[in-house]
Design a protein around this ligand. Structure first.
Ligand SMILES: Nc1ncnc2c1ncn2[C@@H]1O[C@H](COP(=O)(O)OP(=O)(O)OP(=O)(O)O)[C@@H](O)[C@H]1O
Length: 290
């Protein structure tokens, strides 16, 4: 059964999850916790949206989950590896070899052309320049429809094209988990749909696990599941989110909301989720073509 679920005690149930957070908290200085006891397990090959109001802890969750930041409390596991057991060098290796990033703040390197940007993770992982490397980069660029732009500099590409290159770069290592932080925030709806379709395809065709932070209900509707944060705590989830269900959930004061329509599994208190399995059900089609 594939499910993003935790037990009543808050411990991740899916031991072989691609990503498992158990009681993860993060406090900055003397302020209120940015994250407060978040537990969830994301199975392999699942596309999950992390949503919630501004300041609710979405980016903090992503940074902790991706090993960019150490949580103050709790455990993060990527493919069973407890990140707390890794020293800085090991964490860097794990990020390089097993994680893909599509972050606004981790932009393309302007001094390198598009192909070089895509090969960068492979070179950092010790691959040698050569035909094989080029072929992988070009295959990755072809998959995002940009094979003919391999020699261009990023500055000559549109915002949407740059995000597609970023996705090609994030996928070139065949990572276990891709973390994407608002990758479509600056894009028009059609371009955004193209970028989301690429992430969806990585999930469906390669079995990649994708964790997407987004404010956008339309973007969330491309995912398998949306989880909602409120003041650093998990405050609800929607299975197979659709736009209206997400809007309703975001509009409601979490926790305690019970969206009326769609296939919502409703909101529950933090740490008390018991998700159904939805493996095998066909993907719902959205208004925008994928
Ligand atoms: N490096 C930091 N130092 C101090 N406080 C921080 C830091 N990063 C985040 N915070 C605080 O933690 C809380 C959660 O921030 P976070 O960026 O995770 O929220 P978010 O849900 O991603 O917000 P947004 O949607 O506006 O990007 C906020 O109160 C924020 O001010």
């Amino acid at each position: 059964m594939t499910t993003t679920a935790v037990t009543e005690s808050g411990a991740p149930r899916a031991l072989d999850a691609a990503l498992a957070l158990d009681g993860v908290g993060r406090t900055y200085g003397r302020g209120a916790p940015a994250l407060d006891g978040v537990s969830l397990a994301v199975p392999r090959g699942r596309f999950v949206a992390v949503m919630g109001p501004s300041g609710s802890g979405k980016s903090t969750l992503l940074r902790c989950a991706a090993g960019l930041e150490r949580p103050t409390t709790g455990t993060v596991r990527i493919g069973g590896t407890d990140l707390a057991t890794l020293k800085a060098a090991g964490l860097t290796r794990l990020r390089r070899d097993r994680i893909g990033f599509v972050f606004q703040s981790l932009n393309l390197v302007s001094a390198l052309d598009v192909r070089e940007n895509v090969t960068l993770p492979l070179l950092l992982a010790g691959a040698r320049e050569g035909r094989e490397l080029d072929a992988r980069a070009l295959a990755g660029l072809a998959a995002v429809g940009l094979a003919d732009r391999a020699g261009d500099r990023p500055e000559n590409l549109s915002g949407g094209q740059r995000q597609r290159v970023a996705i090609a770069r994030a996928l070139v290592n065949d990572p276990e988990v891709v973390f994407a932080d608002e990758p479509t925030a600056a894009l028009d709806p059609v371009t955004a749909a193209g970028v989301l379709a690429l992430l969806r395809r990585a999930v469906d065709e390669r079995g990649t696990t994708v964790v997407l932070v987004t404010h956008d209900p339309v973007a969330a509707a491309w995912t398998d599941e949306a989880v909602f944060l409120d003041r650093g705590r998990l405050a609800g989830r929607l299975d197979r989110p659709d736009e209206s269900g997400v809007r309703e959930m975001l509009g409601a004061h979490l926790p305690g909301a019970h969206p009326a329509g769609g296939h919502s599994t409703g909101a529950h208190g933090a740490g008390a989720y018991a998700s159904d399995a939805h493996a095998g059900r066909p993907y719902r089609r959205m208004a925008v073509s994928r």
